[in-house]
Write a protein that binds this ligand. Structure first.
Ligand code: SF4
Length: 74
C-alpha cells in the first residue's frame, strides 16, 4: 500500500538483488528501504511519506528501476 503522498516502486529484479537491496537501504536518508533476512529489498510503508525526494535511490539503481511517485500530483 502506498503512503498518502508518496509511493515508491522497485522492479522485481532489483528487489531480488541483495547487492542492490543493500545499496538502496544504505542510501535512503529516511529508511524507506530495508533488507529482509533473505537479502531481498523491502519497502517500509510507514516511512513512505517521509520521502524528501532526494533522488538518491533513483540514482543508485539501474535506470528506471526505482520510481518515486508523487501521488499528490495525480
Ligand atoms: S527519493 Fe530519497 S528519501 Fe525518497 S525514497 Fe528515494 S532515497 Fe529515500
Amino acid at each position: 500500500m502506498p503512503g498518502m503522498f508518496i509511493d515508491v516502486q522497485v522492479d522485481a529484479t532489483v528487489a531480488a538483488d541483495p547487492v542492490l537491496a543493500k545499496k538502496l537501504t544504505d542510501v535512503c536518508p529516511v529508511n524507506i528501504f530495508a533488507q529482509g533476512k533473505d537479502g531481498r529489498l523491502q519497502i517500509v510503508e510507514d516511512n513512505l511519506d517521509e520521502c524528501v525526494l532526494c533522488d538518491l535511490c533513483v540514482q543508485a539503481a539501474p535506470a528506471g528501476a526505482v520510481r518515486v511517485i508523487k501521488l499528490y500530483e495525480r
